[in-house]
Every structure is written in structure tokens, then in C-alpha cells.
Design a protein around this ligand. Structure first.
Ligand SMILES: Cc1cc2nc3c(=O)[nH]c(=O)nc-3n(C[C@H](O)[C@H](O)[C@H](O)COP(=O)(O)OP(=O)(O)OC[C@H]3O[C@@H](n4cnc5c(N)ncnc54)[C@H](O)[C@@H]3O)c2cc1C
Length: 428
């Protein structure tokens, strides 16, 4: 059978698309995930951690609040609407988001787990997706939702992949947590949300009060932008504006917007401060080290410990210390698509830096192919900071669905922000 749409990966992005595609009569959709079941960043489901967007940013609501796969309907299915009503928490626990998505995935026949897609090629009139399990998938259109991969700075890269070295990425935090709680000293590197959550968890639960250090390249442990108008940069209106800018302007803009996605939630900052304050009662300073402005310039093994070479970026001074374990909370990068799209390489139109050109409806620009390959969360360079944001997931999935169907399956509003991004040349 030739599918109308085949999806690679089932994270929130393709799950949202599967949920919105579910009621579309006659549309043949199948999504494939290499994991055996839905899991959302399992190594970082730290107790107490919440998602950074309100629950309305579930899989469907911002495109279709009537969908049976909404978060509210998940609560109703578990008879938890009254407790939710009284708890008055707009930002659900990360464990709850994971459970909600698994519940939605279990209700969708289109979602297939335990299938890894290894390559995508075009033959005559359809895409052929090869699978690690053998049986290929044939589809007129494809959507890639393969997510992001852990990023580790160069000096620490070799040690993270060395099984003997006590160096890990925060994506594996919960697997190693017990060892980290017991280790005489731990250094956490990175001042994003993951770094702050790992530091807070270790601060609260480590078996000894000393030995915990937190360093980051950023000039401060900075809060994430969460002002009402700042958040309008996570709207389709802003995406439209960003997409119309030229490539070099977009590339220049993205690093300047780091606080929209690389900062720390101000509640987490407050919790860290409160924990430290509590420890200072009685007049002693907590025995932890927290220093921003510091980058790791070298790392090597020294009798089972990690020797870190450090540089302060503003002071231009160097130092070093030994750590019994290092957690790299150093973020994620978009998963490279070249392995999956290898067979299509000659047909793929790229920009000046060799990245795929992505149309506004999330379609890759391909030559000599009648079908479309869409991407979700691989288009920050063309669609801006909102590309990985859960708040835009339902809207993006509806956009892709409308494009695949060639008609307006979901009506999307023509305006989504109070801010008007860009000058209208017709304005006086
Ligand atoms: C810890 C963490 C917390 C976050 N919290 C928030 C938040 O609160 N709010 C927010 O807006 N954003 C958040 N984000 C950013 C973003 O929303 C998430 O990363 C989100 O999971 C992205 O969804 P996705 O579907 O694009 O990718 P993923 O969730 O990474 O899913 C991709 C899936 O594809 C599968 N896959 C990959 N390759 C293949 C293949 N070849 N064949 C089959 N399957 C494959 C993977 O196994 C994976 O399950 C967070 C990110 C992280 C890391």
C-alpha cells in the first residue's frame, strides 16, 4: 500500500501530526519510531521539573481544541479534571507530559513503535523508506520528526564517548543519578534549563554538602525570556516574518535571541536561590561553587578522575580542577539529516552554508520529485527560534497537513500576535 504520508520519528512533533491527521477521512498516514514505546527525554524527567509552556501547548489544542486527544481529555479519561482544576498549575510536570503523549500515541493506529527508518529514496512515483527491520515503507510524502541530538563541546567529546570516563551528557542524567549523588565531587557544565535542573537536583539530594560545582560560558546564570510580548516571537506571525528575511540576516539574528531558548526558567532560579539561602542560615556560606563566564578548554582522565582546564572569558584567566564526575548540560543540535536523505542528496536544494532550503509550509525544496519531504524541528535556520517550541507544534502540524491534503483541513488564523513584525511598506 502506498501511504499519503509516512513519518520518521515519534516525538511530540510527529505525534501532534498523527493526532491531527487521525480524523481526516481517507488519508493514509503511518508514523515510525525506533523506540519500543513513546518516551520523552527520559533521562531528564527529574522529579518536580515542569514543561516551559502552558498545558494548552499540548499535541492538538492550539490547532483544534475539539480534538479528543487534548490534554484536558487525557485528564478526563483518568478522572483527574477536578484535581487539575484545583491545582491551578498551567505548566504540567514533565513526567505528566510524557505520560499524556504516551496515552495519545496508544490511541493512534497510525503510530508504529520499534521500527527504525534507515534511508529515504525516490523511485518513479513514491518515496521508499528502508527500515532496519527489513520491510520498506512506500509513501507519496514524508515528514521527518527525528528531533535533536545531545551536543558536547569539543574538549569533552572524547570523554563522553569513553565508557571508562565519568563524563556524561545531561540527556543520561537519571541513569547516572545515584552515582552522581554519591560522588565526592561533581562539575555541571552549562547554564541552560537542563544545567539548572541537574544542579538543583544534586544540590537538594547529594549525600554530602561540598564538592558540587556549576560553570557556564554565559556571562550570567540568565533567566529565559518569558515576558508576554517577548513570547510573541513564538507565534506563527513571527515565523512568517523570520522566514521572509534573507539568509545572512536570519543567521545573524538567531544568536542574539539566545535568551528565548537558552536561559533558565525564573522559577528554577528562585528554587536554587532558596535552597542556597536555606543552607546559609546560621551564617555559613553553602559549600558549592557557581561561576558563569567560564569555559572548559581541556579535559583528560587522571587516575579515574577528570582533570578540567578552564578559562574565564572576561578575566582571560586560566585555572583547573579535578572532578569525580562531569555532567555536560551543554544542549542539543538538530539531528543531521544527511544519513536519512543520502539517496536524495542530488535532488536537495541547499543554501549558501549547505543547509536544506525549507519552504514556509516546512517542505524541503527538492528537484525532480513529485512528492514532498516535510521537516519538523530541523528548520531553525529558516523558521527561527520557534522551530523546537512545543507551543508551535500543533500549528505546524496543521500547516503540514493542509499542505499534504492540498486544502484547508484546519483553518489557521491569519493573525496570532499583537506585535506587528516588520514594516509594512504601505504604512505611512
Ligand atoms: C529535556 C528537554 C525539555 C524540553 N522542554 C521543552 C518545553 O518545556 N517546552 C518547549 O517548547 N520545548 C521543550 N523542549 C524542546 C522540544 O520541544 C523537545 O526537544 C521535543 O521533544 C521536540 O520534539 P520532536 O518530536 O521534534 O523530537 P524528539 O522528541 O527528539 O523525538 C524524535 C524521535 O525520533 C526518533 N527517531 C530519530 N531517528 C529515527 C529514525 N531514523 N527512525 C525512527 N525513529 C527515529 C527518536 O527516537 C525520537 O523518539 C525540550 C527539550 C529537552 C531536551
Amino acid at each position: 500500500m502506498t501511504l499519503d504520508l509516512a513519518g520518521v520519528g515519534i516525538g511530540p512533533a510527529n505525534l501532534s501530526l498523527a493526532a491531527l491527521a487521525h480524523p481526516v477521512a481517507g488519508l493514509r498516514v503511518a508514523m515510525f519510531e525506533r523506540r519500543k514505546e513513546f518516551r520523552w527525554h527520559p533521562g531528564l524527567l527529574i522529579e518536580g521539573a515542569t514543561i516551559q509552556v502552558p498545558f494548552l501547548a499540548d499535541l492538538v489544542t492550539l490547532a483544534d481544541p475539539t480534538s479528543p486527544l487534548s490534554f484536558l481529555n487525557y485528564l478526563r479519561a483518568h478522572d483527574r479534571l477536578f484535581p487539575f482544576y484545583f491545582v491551578e498549575k498551567f505548566h504540567m510536570a514533565r513526567t505528566e507530559y510524557d505520560d499524556y503523549c504516551r496515552w495519545a500515541g496508544d490511541r493512534l493506529d497510525s503510530c508504529h513503535f520499534g521500527v527504525e527508518i534507515t534511508g529515504i529514496d525516490w523511485h518513479e512515483s513514491a518515496f521508499h523508506l528502508s527500515t532496519a527491520e527489513g520491510e520498506p515503507v512506500v509513501a507519496r510524502n514524508v515528514v521527518l520528526g527525528v528531533g535533536t541530538s545531545p551536543f558536547v563541546p569539543e574538549p569533552l567529546r572524547a570523554l563522553v564517548s569513553d565508557p571508562e570516563a565519568p563524563v556524561l551528557h545531561s540527556a543520561d542524567y537519571l541513569t547516572e543519578r545515584e552515582r552522581l549523588l554519591a560522588a565526592p565531587s561533581v562539575t555541571v557544565v552549562g547554564s541552560g534549563q537542563s544545567g539548572a535542573e541537574v544542579f538543583l537536583d544534586l544540590l537538594r539530594h547529594r549525600h554530602r554538602p561540598d564538592g558540587l560545582r556549576w560553570i557556564a560560558r554565559t556571562v550570567s546564570f540568565a533567566p529565559m525570556e518569558y515576558s508576554k510580548l517577548g513570547l510573541e516571537q513564538f507565534t506563527p506571525d513571527y515565523t512568517d516574518f523570520f522566514h521572509r528575511l534573507d539568509e545572512s540576516t536570519r543567521d545573524g539574528l538567531l544568536p542574539s535571541q539566545w535568551q528565548l531558548y537558552k536561559g533558565i526558567d525564573s522559577d528554577t532560579i528562585a528554587e536554587i536561590h532558596e535552597e542556597l539561602y536555606r543552607r546559609s542560615i546560621g551564617g555559613t556560606w553553602p559549600e558549592v561553587v557557581m561561576t558563569p563566564g567560564v569555559e572548559v578548554v581541556s579535559a583528560s582522565l587522571d587516575a579515574g578522575r577528570v582533570a578540567l582546564g578552564l578559562r574565564h572569558r572576561q578575566q582571560n584567566s586560566g585555572a583547573g580542577w579535578l572532578a569525580d564526575a562531569v555532567v555536560c548540560a551543554t544542549g542539543y543540535t538538530e539531528t543531521p539529516l544527511d544519513r536519512l536523505l543520502g539517496p536524495l542528496a542530488g535532488r536537495l536544494v541547499t543554501d549558501e552554508r549547505g543547509r536544506p532550503v525549507v519552504e514556509r509550509d516546512h517542505r524541503l525544496r527538492l528537484e525532480g520529485v513529485a512528492g514532498s519531504v516535510y521537516v519538523q524541528n530541523a528548520e531553525r535556520h529558516t523558521h527561527g527560534v520557534g522551530a523546537p517550541d512545543l507551543g508551535l507544534a500543533a500549528w505546524r502540524a496543521a500547516t503540514i497537513l493542509n499542505s499534504v491534503c492540498g486544502r484547508e483541513v484546519y483553518r489557521l488564523p491569519s493573525r496570532t500576535a499583537f506585535t506587528r513584525f516588520g514594516l509594512n511598506t504601505e504604512d505611512e
